[in-house]
Design a protein around this ligand. Structure first.
Ligand code: ING
Length: 315
């Protein structure tokens, strides 16, 4: 009996700086209901879905910084999304800014994503590891990219979770560009990777690429990661011009073969859906990317340390 999970990606258009959590949750519930009407049992929402992408600004007031973070999940404002998910039998992935105070009394700030199952229970959590941009404002830039200023590097690794009759993994935005992200999940037998992204098309840390290259690299990274690990990749953008900064769309569902199954057509709130056979990647992981049969870790050297080029062979 095939394990087919009908999954949706719910792309979001811009979230304004002053848009309340209640207003955003209403948008997410509208898209969840639409996805359910199209048969979806899972909905993937973007990175930092509850607020505008605030790392574009220098925020000096700690109170203002904290206003973008959640101190509990679910909270009174986000609880309705969990309730509707349970009512409809729809699980979801949600990205948000997480503030927590540990037992040691130290406060931590993470760029976080959770997986919530069809019973409205949190079945997985991930905290973003690859934080792009800077900790200090860059002079002369139309906007900043200060994720290193506002978030700590995630402390949960790249865990895979058994949920929704499959092996699920998550990553967040810049993580999707790094092959290590997919491989660490692939080594755990992941069958579906969910992620959200906020990708400005101009960035203070790199020359502005022509738009076609931005979208090419976006999809290239994910299609390669999907194929090389035999896993579905479901990617949800926060898109459109948000507080004056354009974010790329291109939300998509990619099969374990690396094929683009469905892609968003707009830069607004848009739901795309696909029937995902969780066994689709099995043949890839058992043949071409059979790690036990073909992967030769002993020949890779210390890939966790930077190594320089070797001198040319003796004549
Ligand atoms: N955003 C971007 C991303 O990795 C970026 C940063 C933009 C990197 C453009 C490279 C090119 O998609 C986040 N939030 O990681």
């Amino acid at each position: 009996m095939p394990r087919v999970l009908t999954a949706a990606v719910a792309q979001m258009g811009p979230v304004a700086r002053d848009e309340s959590r209640v207003q955003v949750i209403d948008r997410l519930i509208t898209m969840m209901r639409h996805a359910h009407a199209r048969g979806a049992e899972l909905v993937v929402f973007p990175e930092l879905a509850l607020t505008t992408f605030f790392p574009r600004w220098v925020l000096d007031s700690q109170d203002e910084i904290d206003s973008f973070f959640e101190t509990e999940m679910p909270s009174n404002e986000t609880q309705p999304l969990f309730e509707v998910g349970k009512e409809l039998g729809v699980g979801f992935h949600l990205g948000y800014a997480e503030k927590l105070t540990g037992d040691d009394g130290v406060t931590h700030y993470f760029n976080t994503a959770i997986l919530v199952d069809q019973n409205g229970e949190i079945s997985g959590k991930y905290r973003k590891v690859h934080l792009p941009g800077h900790a200090e404002p860059q002079p002369g830039q139309p906007h900043q990219h200060l994720e290193k200023r506002y978030f700590e590097v995630g402390d949960l690794g790249f865990p895979a979770f058994r949920s929704m009759d499959g092996v699920m993994g998550m990553c967040i935005c810049n993580d999707r560009r790094w092959p290590e992200t997919y491989r660490v999940l692939g080594l755990q037998g992941v069958e579906m990777v969910m992620l959200g992204y906020n990708t400005p098309t101009t960035n203070p840390f790199q020359e502005t690429e022509s738009p076609h290259l931005g979208m090419f690299h976006n999809h290239l990274s994910m299609q390669a990661g999907a194929y090389q690990n035999g896993a579905w990749v479901l990617a949800s953008a926060k898109a459109g011009t948000e507080e004056g900064v354009h974010h790329m769309g291109g939300s998509c569902i990619i099969s374990p073969t690396g094929e683009m199954v469905v892609q968003a057509m707009t830069e607004g709130d848009e739901v795309i859906v696909a029937e995902c056979d969780l066994d689709r990647g099995k043949y890839i992981r058992e043949t071409i990317f059979n790690f036990d049969a073909h992967r030769r870790i002993e020949h890779y050297g210390l890939i966790t340390e930077r190594t320089g080029a070797v001198p040319p062979p003796e004549k």
